[in-house]
Write a protein that binds this ligand. Structure first.
Ligand code: KIV
Ligand code: ZN
Length: 510
């Protein structure tokens, strides 16, 4: 029987550190539930000391998830660890992940600490974390550029202090597979008490090798991989969960371990994360890109039709593509809608929320003959939970005609007060955005605007992604509608509502 490879998902923590990928508490809970359904072993829900909002998000995830262990990140500081312990109080199973940098450059330039002090702080942090949970993980940050002798010393000390998972991060994505695998082998061989801990890896993708490095480490005995859905994460991102899971599963001839992941949930989780964050998945992305299982050339198609294994190493349905694809329409009732939501892993805390979504589904079904899973997911993604909805789109009328400047007549509700303006623009979307700005005066800068059709056909909904920047802070918003100008206005308003939320928060690694 193969050994267990633990999947530690950090979409909600490292993934969220990606500029523009910030998520609200409710969005995090929805993603956490999707991860739980996928049978992720450990969910890193956030960095509680960062802000009140981060603390509340970790708490909410800890309360909502029963099957996966919930982890909170903490620097090797008393106040961080206490806050993490507090946020995890109601978790069914918890873990504190504490870290301190160990590379010469980080110790000297960032921490301004001597190596002895770093070891002392690491040991102290692990002991303090053990007061809150018996499951403590320790990371020597920037391990990929640390002195292996120093790594052996600090890791031996934290195991003695009680850490049971040792996570080796390639924080800056500098390592290459052969070297990184060798590092894991050396650490396991050289640390006298290494058999008391599970080795984990956390690889960044700056050189495009995060997944390769993680897999090399697994071949060297690492038994936990830290990863994110769609490879979201700082800079070039983290190792993509779906790639790690499917590589190990597909190559069972090479790996002596396997994960517990229900891979049929992968596509749903991928769509959920890209919908919420606005980080689109490139079409040729492994496993979750729309072209990942598409065959363009006639020769390939012919081969696949005769025997799919000629060109396919995995089955699309095994990762959740087109499984049980059921189309809903305007005659579909509440029960059919609710059970489709269940199958898509979407749940609502209250009947009021469900009713609101059902109402919007009915409106969409009136306009659009067939409502696909992608439409339902977009409907849910763009529904701003009312507590954060300071700005609401009430109505939009745009006139557009050849030879004339388009004009947008916009009505918004701002903190429950209706405001109306008329603005022209170089195009209908420009006019709509100017109208919103005229009312809200947010002084944000539009960094990105993109439109994609959610499904095929001209009756498809357009899904718009907007990224706004103000004072270095970046937020993204999504909107979907069969009318792309309305979808654009919804996306802009969605982003503005996120920009309005309080945002003073500390970054764990700065
Ligand atoms: O990349 C990194 O080193 C991290 C640590 C906090 C584990 O994210
Ligand atoms: Zn990281």
């Amino acid at each position: 029987m193969s050994e267990k490879l633990i999947i530690f998902d950090t979409t909600l923590r490292d993934g969220e550190q990606s500029p523009g990928a910030s998520m609200t508490k409710d969005e995090k809970v929805r993603i956490a539930k999707a991860l739980e359904r996928m049978r992720v072993d450990i969910i890193e829900a956030g960095f509680p000391i960062a802000s009140e909002g981060d603390f509340e998000s970790v708490r909410a995830v800890a309360k909502a998830v029963m099957q996966s262990r919930i982890c909170a990140l903490a620097r090797a500081l008393d106040k961080d660890i206490d806050r993490a312990g507090e946020a995890l109080k109601e978790a069914n199973a918890s873990r504190i992940h504490t870290f301190i940098a160990t590379s010469p450059i980080h110790m000297k330039m960032k921490l301004r600490m001597e190596p002895d002090q770093v070891v002392e702080n690491a040991v102290k942090a692990v002991k303090r974390a053990l007061k809150y949970t018996d499951d403590v993980e320790f990371s020597p940050e920037d391990a990929g550029r640390s002195d292996p002798d120093f790594l052996c010393r600090i890791l031996e000390a934290v195991i003695d202090a009680g850490a049971r998972t040792l996570n080796i991060p390639d924080t800056v994505g500098y390592n290459v597979p052969q070297q990184f695998g060798q590092l894991i082998t050396n650490l396991r061989e050289r640390i006298p008490n290494s058999d008391k801990a599970i080795f984990s890896v956390h690889c960044h993708n700056d050189l495009g090798m995060a997944v390769a490095n993680s897999l090399s480490a697994v071949l060297s005995g690492a038994r936990q991989v830290e990863c994110t859905i769609n490879g979201l994460g700082e800079r070039a991102g983290n190792a993509a969960l779906e790639e790690v899971v499917m590589a190990v599963r597909t190559r069972q001839d090479l790996f002596t371990c396997d994960t517990n992941i229900d891979a049929t949930q992968i596509v749903t989780a991928s769509r959920l994360v890209s919908g919420i964050t606005g980080f689109a998945v490139q079409p040729n992305k492994a496993i979750v890109g729309v072209n990942a299982f598409a065959h363009e050339s006639g020769i390939h198609q012919d081969g696949v039709l005769k025997n799919r294994e000629t060109y396919e190493i995995m089955r699309a349905e095994d990762v959740g593509w087109h499984t049980n694809r059921m189309v809903l329409g305007k005659h579909s009732g509440r029960n059919a809608f609710r059970s489709r939501l269940d199958e898509l892993g979407i749940s609502f805390e209250s009947e009021t929320e469900l009713n609101a979504i059902f109402q919007r589904f009915k409106e969409l079904a009136d306009k659009k003959h067939e409502v696909f899973d992608e439409d339902i997911q977009a409907l849910v993604n763009e529904t701003v939970i009312s507590e954060n909805e300071h700005v609401k789109l009430i109505s939009l009328k745009v006139t557009s005609e050849t030879g004339e400047m388009p004009v947008a007549m916009m009505t918004l509700s701002v903190d429950n007060e209706e405001k109306q303006v008329e603005m022209s623009g170089s195009g209908p979307v420009d006019a709509a955005f100017r109208a919103i700005e005229e009312i809200v005066q947010s002084h944000t800068e539009l960094q990105l605007y993109s439109v994609n059709n959610i499904t095929s056909g001209t009756d498809s909904q357009g899904e718009v992604n907007v990224r706004l920047e103000r004072g270095g802070r970046i937020v993204s918003g999504q909107g979907a509608d069969t009318d792309i100008v309305i979808a654009s206005a919804k996306a802009y308003v969605h982003a503005l509502n996120k920009m309005i939320l309080p945002h003073e928060r500390a970054h764990p690694q700065v």
